[in-house]
Design a protein around this ligand. Structure first.
Ligand code: HEC
Length: 159
């Protein structure tokens, strides 16, 4: 009888220790949300790409649209409807819906000057959103048509 009580006590304390550890572990392992809280929105993705490269499904993609004034204007419309709420009207990352996001929405101005930021990079980012990098940017591959994604990319390249 005594032994079984001791055993029960031991099991209960082990369980408590286990739960405390599990919670501590989860708190520390929140990834991009907690661990990288100090990073800007874009550095989360740039860091990810430096480590993992761009998803090979997208890496070599090139824009099938030519940058006519018409396609850029269409891209701007797509941007205003789907992106400005987080990335801001001019792309500075200051939209109202982005204020509480961690990591915050990226500043998109001058983005295409970065060598890493190819057409494939941008298509991957818009199509898959924040899923691969742990941000709250939504994936647009089932929301926008491929041509709409390419048009918004043309527009981003003018910012
Ligand atoms: C709910 C808010 C939200 C919406 C809506 C949103 N984004 Fe984002 N976006 C983010 C956040 C947060 C990041 C930073 C983390 C990341 O890269 O996923 C980001 C990052 C990006 C980046 C990467 C920038 C860089 O420095 O590499 C691009 C490009 C981008 N967004 C384009 C778009 C476009 C185009 C749309 C609309 C079709 C859009 N986003 C809609 C939140 C959003």
């Amino acid at each position: 009888m005594k032994t079984s009580i001791t055993t029960a006590v031991a099991i209960i304390s082990l369980t408590i220790v286990g739960v405390v550890f599990a919670q501590g572990g989860m708190g520390m392992g929140m990834g991009p949300q907690g661990g990288m809280g100090m990073m800007s929105g874009s550095s989360v993705r740039h860091h990810f790409v430096m480590q993992n490269g761009i998803d090979p499904e997208y890496a070599g993609a090139t824009n099938p649209l030519s940058g006519t004034a018409e396609s850029v204007a269409h891209g701007r419309q797509i941007y205003e409807q789907n992106c400005a709420t987080c990335h801001g009207p001019q792309g500075f990352g200051d939209g109202p819906a982005g204020k509480s996001l961690q990591p915050p929405p990226a500043n998109l101005v001058n983005l295409s000057r970065m060598p890493m930021v190819s057409d494939g990079y941008l298509y991957w980012t818009v199509a898959e959103g924040g899923v691969p990098v742990g941000s709250s940017m939504p994936p647009f591959k089932d929301v926008l048509k491929s041509d709409d994604i390419w048009a918004v990319i043309l527009y981003l390249q003018t910012l």
